[in-house]
Design a protein around this ligand. Sequence first.
Ligand code: CAA
Length: 399
Amino acid sequence: MKRIGIDAIALAVPEGYVELADLAHARSVSPGKFVDGLGVERMAVARAHEDPVALGANAARRLFAMSGADTSRIGLCVVGTETAVDHSKPIAAYLHGLLALPTACRVFEAKHACFGGTAGLLNAVDWIASGSARGRQALVVCTDVARYAIGSAGEPTQGAGAVALLVSENPRLVELEVGVTGSYARDVHDFWRPLHSKEAVVDGHYSVQCYLDALTGAYEAWRHACGTDYSEPIARRCYHVPYGKMAKKAHRHVMALEGKGEAEADASYVEEVGTSLRLPAQIGNVYTGSLYLALASLLEAEASRIEGKRVALFSYGSGCTAEFFAGRVASGAGAFSRALRLAEPLEGRRRYTIPEYEAIRRADADADRRPIESANFGAGTVAFLGVEGERRVYTGYTE
Ligand code: CAA
């Protein structure tokens, strides 16, 4: 049986963020509601040049630079996103060019709200398990800019960023339990984004219920798939994190499915879920990358302590679909996570004032039509410069 899973992870975030306490003051809301009630401290805000292509390419660049992986070994490149930049040309095609990936490579974009990244990951695992990879590796990039209307209930649950995953045999971070996943799907209108809009539409409280219903379905399907082969206890749990409190609700829900009460759930929450929420609380919702940002946060905080231990993962995509699956933290993952310096992209970020953030949001409307800007974005950084003859132009191509 092949050992397959996540070999390396890297993040990219925009250069600036909004402090949720500042946003609360500006919206005449108690800061306690956003910071404690939703469990978010800061949300990343993307400027026009930090579009999902640029964020995804910068995360992938960092992945290769920090892990020592070789782009010439990539045979599959999947981008999960729900904030695509084109109805036809996938972000994966831009990444293929920006990273100079081999021409003998399967390249596509996957969409199902926040599930797109998991669709890419599980597809990559199956591609390796089937033998199609023939020794090659897969690049899976989750990249999004989460936008809700200014002043809406969803506004404090925005964010932006990308998570790049290298998927391979003999993974250095997390070995996944291949073929043992629990799926769930149902046609619902909890969250969506009409073709004419850059902002998502959401039926907020209903979306929370849809997430929990999907968690029940996926968890029960996973337990059924596990049978008696995987009875070993779960040491840590990573959930899709639209905002930190949702992970707490999810954890209580799973504990109830396991026959445990609220007090018992809350007692295990700090140890089993707590460290996975540190980075999400500093970045906000990154949609497709959210579960993998939680995993990166867990590994950054305590990979060495949990080597050999089992971790459960829950991915939710509105609309909706979900998957529950598990893996084991690889031996040596502690030292390798430290070498990857997973949280480094968050250092030195700029705190935007609320008027600066609102000006960035107003500029979004024309961002995809603006003429090319010449600006210095730093050597090796991928940035969206503007549009020329309906073509999107990026700086930072690999020589
Ligand atoms: N101090 C501490 N806590 C406070 C507080 C205070 N001063 N004031 C309120 N709170 C608490 C509330 O009690 C509540 O906690 P509980 O959920 O534990 O009851 C919490 O703060 C939020 O308060 P409200 O429910 O009143 O907040 P709201 O109605 O304004 O909005 C929301 C909440 C519906 C989640 C909204 O932020 C939203 O629509 N977000 C976008 C949708 C979303 O993220 N859905 C999640 C599931 S769907 C999904 O996961 C896909 C995806 O990525 C989008």
